[in-house]
Ligand binder design. Structure first.
Ligand code: DAH
Length: 344
């Protein structure tokens, strides 16, 4: 027997160990199992042996062949796995990189107030009515009891598009729209938040564009008591449970009687400070019992129905609630100002 079969496998194990690529392994495999390999030589030798040795030698040659094949298959698998691990390692995301900074917006303070106000009134069973920024003279003025030559028009001089259309100067016109839609049948319980426009002289608390929220209740039993309770709840919701609310007689063409509503100053608790101009009170909104003319003009029978209404400026509430000293800050789109209202 010239071929050392035991030595072949031992040597193959040593040669295979450092191999790290499929190409090198294939070349080595050819050395051990190919046409000019020692093993092939051993196969050729079988037929030259005496017949009593053929069986044992042939069996041994086959065993070594099977072992070698298993050795190469195993190594091939190891190389494949190693390469896959290397690839995963190379392609792995580097999570230590800082993330890209996305700009995160914030709700405008007036929208925060609007949302809060809307939620508050939805909780009291109101629904939300929508109006248009462009309104007719009829709805903006006449149907809420402000005829053509009424002096109250002077206070709400607005931006006219033509002789009939204007950018609405108040949300009160929505009262007329809603009443007309309901065709004289109550009850009505709505709020309408929205933008309004006036040719107001700009100062720290007035702007030519601002937001209001109108409220209207029409029913057979609406009363001044209900109005006062509703507004007290609203004031305490916005400015704190301890706030006192004061009602003063006032005048609005669409309400009779009309009231102006003040809240005790939350800065000085009523003692007097610059915020409340030393009066202890801050004026917040106007309200009243719906004028019978307004009911009648919009198809409701004032003998059967009564109503109350109120109108509140959202910028005013935002300025008071967040301590904003200049209304123009609300319109300047200064992100460092607006970012303060971001809720994380
Ligand atoms: N429309 C009024 C204004 O813009 C605000 C207002 C006052 C609305 C009294 C009302 C109300 O509904 O009853 O100044």
């Amino acid at each position: 027997m010239s071929t050392n079969l035991d030595g072949i496998y031992a040597q193959a194990e040593k040669d295979v160990a450092p191999i790290d690529s499929h190409d090198k392994l294939a070349a080595l495999k050819a050395d051990y199992l190919g046409a000019s390999s020692a093993l092939k030589q051993a196969f050729l030798e079988i037929k030259t042996l005496p017949s009593d040795q053929k069986g044992a030698f042939g069996k041994k040659v086959n065993e070594v062949k099977v072992q070698l094949e298993a050795l190469f298959i195993q190594k091939d698998k190891e190389i494949t796995e190693k390469e896959a691990r290397k690839k995963i390692e190379e392609e792995k995301d580097d999570i230590s990189l800082p993330g890209r900074n996305h700009f995160k917006g914030a709700k405008h303070p007036c929208r925060l107030i609007e949302d809060d106000l809307t939620q508050f009134f939805l909780g009291l069973g109101y629904s939300v009515a929508e109006g248009n920024d462009v309104e007719s003279d009829l709805f903006n003025f006449e149907l809420v009891n402000i005829p053509k030559d009424h002096p109250a028009r002077d206070m709400q001089d607005s931006f006219y598009i033509d002789d009939n259309l204007l950018l609405r100067s108040q949300t009160s016109g929505v009262q007329a729209h809603v009443m007309q839609e309901r065709k004289g049948i109550g009850p009505i319980k709505i709020i309408c938040p929205g933008k309004t426009y006036r040719r107001d002289d700009d100062d720290l608390t007035h702007s030519h564009q601002f937001s209001q929220c109108e409220g209207l209740v029409v029913s057979e039993d609406a009363s001044m008591g209900m109005l006062m309770e509703t507004l007290t709840l609203m004031m305490r919701h916005f400015f704190g449970e301890k706030r006192e609310v004061r009602f003063r007689p006032s005048f609005f063409p669409f309400t009779e009687p009309s009231i102006e509503v003040d809240v005790s100053c939350f800065n000085c608790s009523g003692k007097g400070c610059p915020m409340c101009k030393n009066t202890g009170w801050i004026e917040v909104l106007g309200a009243g019992m719906v004028h019978p003319n307004v009911l009648r003009l919009n198809g409701f029978d004032p003998e059967k129905y009564q109503g109350f209404a109120f109108g509140v400026g959202l910028e005013r509430i935002a300025m008071l609630k967040y301590g904003i000293d200049d209304i123009r800050k609300l319109f300047l789109s200064d992100t460092s100002f607006l970012k303060q209202f971001r809720k994380e």
